[in-house]
Design a protein around this ligand. Structure first.
Ligand code: AMP
Length: 114
């Protein structure tokens, strides 16, 4: 069993409901959805957070965001609107240390979040 939960999902060793299966990026449904659409988009390679992914500087963060939008299109929430969230650090509620974009939509959202 891999040490990192999301590395395990990316490797197909831990089950998940995959909605997008790309060469460098994979997306799957959150097990504890906070909206009718709640998908996590991750790079297959391990980066601890979005700042580390940005520092890699090889276009992977751009690809992750592009794929997050493609998920929103496929889920039918691109026009109504959706939110992309990167929780970064424990104070922000990051519980999995493998960078992941939450794609949330399908319900009205207020700002700031409750
Ligand atoms: P965060 O709290 O921002 O680190 O987000 C981690 C997310 O991963 C949470 O929304 C969890 O519900 C979700 N999660 C944890 N384990 C799994 C899993 N095995 N498959 C899918 N989502 C998961």
């Amino acid at each position: 069993m891999p040490e990192c939960l999301f590395c395990g999902i990316a490797a197909g060793e831990i089950p998940a409901t995959v909605v997008l299966d790309g060469k460098r990026v994979i997306a799957f449904r959150d097990v504890n959805p906070q909206a009718s659409t709640h998908v996590l988009v991750i790079p297959r390679d391990h980066y601890p957070n979005v700042a580390a992914l940005a520092s890699a500087g090889d276009g992977l963060l751009d690809e992750l965001i592009t794929e997050a939008h493609q998920v929103a299109v496929a889920e039918g929430i691109a026009d109504s609107g959706y939110r992309i969230v990167f929780n970064t650090g424990p104070g922000a509620g990051q519980t999995v240390g493998h960078v992941h974009a939450h794609v949330l939509g399908g319900r009205p959202m207020t700002w700031p979040p409750g």
